[in-house]
Design a protein around this ligand. Structure first.
Ligand code: NDP
Length: 258
């Protein structure tokens, strides 16, 4: 089975939930990345304490401030990471940060729709634009043929709630703005996969499973622990290749319908 073997990775929204667990498990690997850029919007706030504790135990974890919905914050983070890398590149970008709002057909407002779209779609778009030079560099400098997450990849964490065919959990929560935003994120990812194919950057939309995080537990207790889910996610990322670019997969690597 192929192993995930990255020198550098960046995770957005890594102070809690799936993002924090991704950083924890990446740092705990025997072949752990040399650089793990764990980004979050408020590194000095109480919500980042668990991440700070983790970073204190692992030299490779570097906490970087990054609010994915703010263009200036994204640009500043890209400049800091570029400087820290001292000429090295970025293999793996995980656009994980996301928000949900309990909106329904009756209660949704234009403001809610825009706010959720801004974080869940504009965020991954702006972050990818700013970190693209570092990802391109990783692909250019890699001796590997084809595409892989170990070489150069963009992983957009989406949701099966945004699948127009499946509408996961409709009977539990309508979450209108969230569903629309994740459907749009899927289109963004498909476009990225076409646009960045010539650069050999793998682009994937990943449904992480229904996991026990603040977001996952909102309607009822989620069926899977974040620890188990993230183990599966990392195994799946290790197995992706160019045949998978532009596809919508779940944590087990199974293709989902749009
Ligand atoms: P959580 O609500 O537990 O965590 C969300 C994370 O995103 C937090 O770190 C939060 O930071 C961060 N975040 C939100 N907005 C921004 C922003 N503007 N800039 C930077 N960071 C931000 O969610 P999960 O860990 O469960 O979800 C992670 C991803 O997985 C999301 O994209 C979600 O849609 C997706 N997902 C989750 C599922 C689940 O069952 N858990 C199912 C399907 C998809 P802060 O602490 O500052 O708010």
């Amino acid at each position: 089975m192929p192993e995930l073997n990255v020198h550098s990775v960046l995770v957005t929204g890594s102070n809690r939930g799936i993002g924090l667990e991704l950083v924890r498990q990446l740092a705990g690997k025997t072949n752990c990345p040399e650089w793990i850029f764990a980004t979050c919007r408020d590194p000095e706030g109480p919500g980042a304490q668990a991440l700070k504790n983790l970073a204190a135990e692992h030299q490779g974890i570097e906490i970087i401030p990054l609010d994915t919905s703010e263009a200036f914050s994204v640009k500043t983070a890209a400049a800091i990471v570029t400087e820290r890398l001292k000429g090295a590149s970025l293999n793996l970008l995980i656009n994980n940060a996301g928000i949900v709002n309990q909106s329904t057909l009756e209660t949704a407002t234009p403001e809610d729709m825009l706010k959720v779209y801004n974080t869940n779609v504009n965020g991954p778009m702006m972050v990818t634009q700013e970190f693209l030079p570092l990802l391109k560099k990783a692909a250019q400098e890699s001796p590997q043929k084809g595409m892989s997450c170990s070489k150069a990849a963009i992983v957009n964490v989406t949701s099966e709630c945004g699948s127009i065919t499946n509408l996961l959990g409709w009977e539990l929560a309508h979450i209108l703005s969230y569903r629309c935003s994740k459907a749009a994120l899927n289109m963004l990812t498909k476009c990225q996969s076409l646009g960045y194919a010539k650069d050999e950057i793998l682009c994937i939309m990943l449904h992480p499973g229904w996991l026990q995080t603040d977001m996952g537990n909102q309607a009822m207790l989620a069926p899977m622990t974040v620890d188990e889910g993230v183990r599966k996610i990392l195994d799946t990322l290790a197995n992706l290749s160019e045949k998978d670019t532009g596809t919508f997969v779940d944590l087990d690597g199974k293709t989902l319908p749009w």
